[in-house]
Design a protein around this ligand. Structure first.
Ligand code: GLC
Ligand code: CA
Length: 535
């Protein structure tokens, strides 16, 4: 077992949505100086790295996920000098910086696309995917945009269609074109040279589409996008040599890292991209989509571990900027009991935990009305789907106006619960969710077995209780999580029963009741019990 602490494998990574974290100049939009002013908070929470959702210049059709220049900082977030200062001060506190690279598509305002669409013989034409219409004048094939409608946009000026998996303002680039490939690989070098420690690769498994653009075969589904099998518009074999090349670039710098956002992910697919020589790790989103059922979480862990075959390294996520928050999915009103169980589940896994800003204080989604929707997917699918604004509301720092996020009018409203639910209040309250996250992160630092130990379930078809061991050659930790509000008892069998256990952490008690031979381990409603086997 490699005992040297490796930040991206052994640490905890915290995702920041920069628009919503901290606003330093009162324009209502979070920025880099705002993040820098909160580094002490992040250090105290104990996170090893921050992943920043995109900060490159962007017309914000998809709030940063439409980039118009890969080598600069958007002025609303600050300058390159502000960025350097952030990197520097983060590093001084032992916090690494992970950037979000959106390399599947650019903004339609990127100079490449402006050139590309200007004429058919422009040297940048092949930077994107242009095709003639089908025989009937319609789109070249049946491919759909995940944001709704055909993925092909007609360009009257040059008489061809261009391809976009997301909005029409996000044209997909042509990764098969050598100058494109070179320019995009240089983006990794540019930011590595500036001290960036890692990358989150936005929808990387879509970079290549089938070169002949065949129709996707049909599938059963509700919306147009779901009514086809996405076998030609993503996951093409060319991805593997490209990932090897990206990995080689990262490996030419010390301790650099990449995590891939697997689009249309399954554990098997996500695992296939983080085998030896490819990405360090990828996201599997099963936790994030799981109902509040211990059996489902157990299955998610087992499927992910099995798919990885001990080759790739797992990650676990309960939240990100694209989905309703776990506090909204699992929390009941303002009750945080389930969120303590969820926190313990996430932070005692064999795999890197990713947190999303505000998760540690149980931030809920803000309710969205038609008038306030910002996310274009919300506008498009309203009222069937209200978009992703709910989970992007300003960080709740304290009970002052705008929750201490901004002195101006925030770009999205602050949640109405901010006077009670905020960082300062929870810092002053020893049994808050914030302190529970902190303790779990500390425990993970203190006990290597929580980072590298094997996962071994103790409950097999859990209805209310999930229990497992984390075990390496030196230590064993037992984690028992009561998902329900009623007390339960965990029957400890054989070896586990005979061992002697010491209480490391519980949200319900300070001492473990004496465990006699044959005794059942009692848990209160929503209790988290973490025990260490004594030598
Ligand atoms: C990823 C991002 C999402 C974005 C999309 C297009 O799924 O997480 O926010 O809209 O890619 O870049
Ligand atoms: Ca600002």
């Amino acid at each position: 077992m490699d005992n040297q602490y490796l930040w991206w494998r052994d640490g905890v990574i915290y995702q920041i949505y920069p628009r919503s974290f901290a606003d330093s100049n009162g324009d209502g939009i979070g920025d880099l100086n705002g993040i820098r002013s909160r580094l002490d908070y992040l250090a105290e929470l104990g996170v090893d790295a921050i992943w920043l959702s995109p900060i490159n210049p962007s017309p914000d059709v998809d709030f940063g996920y439409d980039v118009s220049n890969y080598l600069d900082i958007d002025p609303k977030f600050g300058t390159l000098a502000d960025f350097d200062a952030l990197v520097d001060e983060a590093h001084r506190r032992g916090i690494r910086i992970v950037l979000d690279l959106v390399l599947n598509h650019t903004s339609d305002q990127h100079p490449w696309f402006i050139q590309s669409r200007s004429s058919r013989d422009n040297p940048f034409r092949d930077y994107y995917l242009w095709r003639d219409p089908a025989a009937d004048g319609g789109p070249p094939n049946n491919w759909q945009s995940i944001f709704g409608g055909s993925a092909w946009e007609w360009d009257a000026q040059t008489g061809q269609y261009y391809y976009h998996m997301f909005y029409k303002e996000q044209p997909d680039v042509n990764w098969r074109n050598p100058p494109v490939r070179k320019a995009l690989l240089d983006v990794f070098r540019f930011w590595c040279d500036r001290g960036v420690d890692g990358y989150r690769l936005d929808v990387f498994n879509m970079y290549f589409k089938h070169p002949d653009f065949p129709d996707n075969p049909p599938a059963v589904g509700l919306r147009g996008f779901d009514r086809q099998k996405h076998i030609y518009d993503c996951d093409q074999p060319e991805m593997f040599p490209l990932l090897r090349e990206i990995r080689a670039i990262l490996d030419s710098y010390p301790e650099r890292f990449a995590v891939g956002e697997t689009f249309l992910s399954t554990p098997q697919k996500a695992a296939s991209y983080c085998a030896a020589g490819l990405l360090h790790t990828t996201f599997d989103f099963t936790f994030l989509h799981s109902p509040w059922k211990p059996a489902r979480f157990l299955k998610a862990i087992q499927d992910w571990e099995q798919a990885l075959q001990q080759e790739g390294w797992p990650t676990y996520v309960l939240n990100n900027h694209d989905n309703p928050r776990s506090a909204t999915r699992y929390g009941q009103g303002e009750d945080d009991n389930r969120l303590q169980v969820a926190a313990a589940l996430l932070l005692t896994q064999h795999g890197t935990p990713f947190l999303y800003y505000g998760e540690e204080i149980g931030m809920r989604d803000i309710p969205i009305t038609r008038e306030m929707v910002q996310d274009p997917v919300g506008k498009r699918f309203w009222p069937l789907y209200k978009g992703r604004d709910g989970c992007r509301s300003p960080m709740q720092w304290n009970d002052s106006p705008n929750a201490g996020f901004s002195t101006g009018k925030p770009w999205l409203p602050v949640h109405a619960n901010y006077r009670q639910r905020n960082v300062s209040a929870q810092q002053n309250q020893p049994d808050s969710l914030y302190h529970f996250y902190r303790k779990l992160i500390q425990l993970r630092k203190e006990y290597p077995v929580l980072r590298n130990g094997f996962f071994q379930p103790l409950t097999f078809e859990p209805q209310r209780l999930l229990a497992y061991l984390r075990q390496n050659a030196d230590q064993t930790i037992l984690v028992a999580l009561n998902f329900g509000k009623r007390p339960v008892r965990l029957a400890l069998g054989g070896m586990v029963r005979r061992a002697s256990w010491k209480l490391l952490l519980s949200n319900r008690r300070d001492h473990l009741p004496p465990l006699k031979d044959g005794l059942l381990l009692p848990l209160e409603g929503h209790e988290v019990l973490i025990l260490l086997q004594e030598a």
